[in-house]
Design a protein around this ligand. Structure first.
Ligand SMILES: Nc1ncnc2c1ncn2[C@@H]1O[C@H](COP(=O)(O)OP(=O)(O)O)[C@@H](O)[C@H]1O
Ligand code: SF4
Ligand SMILES: [Mg+2]
Length: 345
């Protein structure tokens, strides 16, 4: 049986005119930034796709393009088989309903002057769905689903009266009340206390599978991938360097960058020491030609600087963009990365 694709990105690139920040504010310009480079991916119905990479690798830009907040410089995007460009206002609103976002910082994404009830109900108002009684019923049901009980009690409260974890549950209720096809969660637990993270991730998984939604789960934390995601893409400076079934990639990473990332995840072993950072002279560069990872790669050889390695899948769908992929299998001792965050507990 073939899975229905809810999202298809093809050849997406995004170039920002300048690197933003202080320099552009004071008129200093700056070089164009290639935030995404020729990125293609497909997301199946009900699938959870992890998007991993260090800061600046283009994860949020990818999320913003899927959400429609940014336009790609080149490339095409289909959501539920349809393109979002050139739609009339009504159709555009319906298109936007299909993709909803959960941000990293729940405090920043909730209006401090709105009650929780108004916040969760607001998307229904914006999209003109239901009368007042229907909207209230759906709002209370969404709070219940997000395990904020009793819902009537939470609906009357304000964001500052809630804990960080409860605020993120409100943001989740607000995002799923429209029953989108695709949910994007950009680092949804990284600003929360460790003690509440597992509960939020469990809730996300429950809602995604309960409503048949697909989830794009953006994180820099590899320890969450094996238990949370079906598939994963590893991004480096705007390019997908490795992708495949999440557990397979975590157990047997093939790209040197993925291996560096996995080696840097702490393991619960008193003898474990973090590997030294591989920061060679010039390692901050992003070469215009050849493999973008070459300045940081121990395995780099002449072909790596001449052309960009293509992302090549094996028959099982595990794809790697590296000229050395055949020799870059797992090295060193096996790591219990799948056990690091047991969501079943
Ligand atoms: N609005 C913007 N203007 C200019 N540069 C940007 C903008 N947004 C992101 N960038 C740049 O694009 C690159 C990717 O950023 P981002 O998508 O935020 O990465 P990540 O979420 O992985 O940290 C970075 O170099 C960042 O500085
Ligand atoms: S293509 Fe070359 S430089 Fe790039 S990751 Fe592979 S071995 Fe390293
Ligand atoms: Mg980001």
């Amino acid at each position: 049986m073939t899975t229905r694709q809810v999202l298809e990105l093809s050849g997406i690139s995004k170039v920002f005119a300048s690197s933003g920040g202080l320099r552009s504010l004071i008129g200093g310009g700056g070089r164009p930034v290639s935030a995404l480079k020729d990125l293609s991916l497909a997301l199946g119905a009900g699938e959870i796709l992890g998007v991993v990479g260090e800061s600046g690798s283009g994860k949020s830009t990818l999320g913003n393009i899927i959400l429609g907040l940014e336009q790609p410089t080149t490339g095409t995007m289909l959501v539920d088989g349809k393109a979002g460009q050139g739609l009339r206002r009504g159709d555009r609103l319906a298109f936007r309903r299909r993709v909803q976002m959960i941000f990293q910082d729940p405090s920043g994404s909730l209006n401090p002057r709105f009650t929780i009830g108004r916040t969760v109900e607001e998307p229904l108002v914006i999209h003109g769905l239901g009368d007042a009684a229907e909207r209230r019923r759906r709002m209370l049901a969404a709070l219940e689903e997000a395990e904020l009980k009793p819902a009537e009690h939470f609906a009357e409260r304000f964001p500052h009266e809630l804990s960080g974890g409860q605020r993120q549950r409100v943001a989740i209720a607000r995002a799923v009340i429209l029953r989108p096809s695709i949910l994007i969660a950009d680092e949804p637990v990284s600003m929360l206390d460790v003690s509440v993270r597992a509960g939020i991730l469990r809730l996300l998984r429950k809602l995604v599978s309960g409503h048949g939604m697909s989830l794009v789960f953006i994180t820099h934390d590899l320890s969450l991938i094996g238990t949370m995601c079906d598939r994963v893409i590893i991004m480096y400076r705007g390019c997908v360097v490795e992708s495949g079934e999440a557990k397979a990639v975590m157990r047997a990473p093939r790209h040197p960058y993925t291996r560096q990332l996995i080696d840097a995840v702490p393991v619960p072993d008193p003898d474990w020491e973090p590997p030294p950072l591989l920061l060679k002279p010039g390692s901050e560069e992003t070469p215009e030609t050849g493999c973008r990872f070459a300045p940081r790669c121990d395995l780099a050889f002449a072909p790596c600087r001449a052309s960009m390695p293509a992302l090549r899948p094996d028959p099982a769908g595990h794809a790697v963009a590296c000229f050395h992929a055949e020799t870059a299998g797992t090295a060193g001792r096996p790591r219990p990365i799948d056990d690091m965050m047991d969501l079943q507990r």
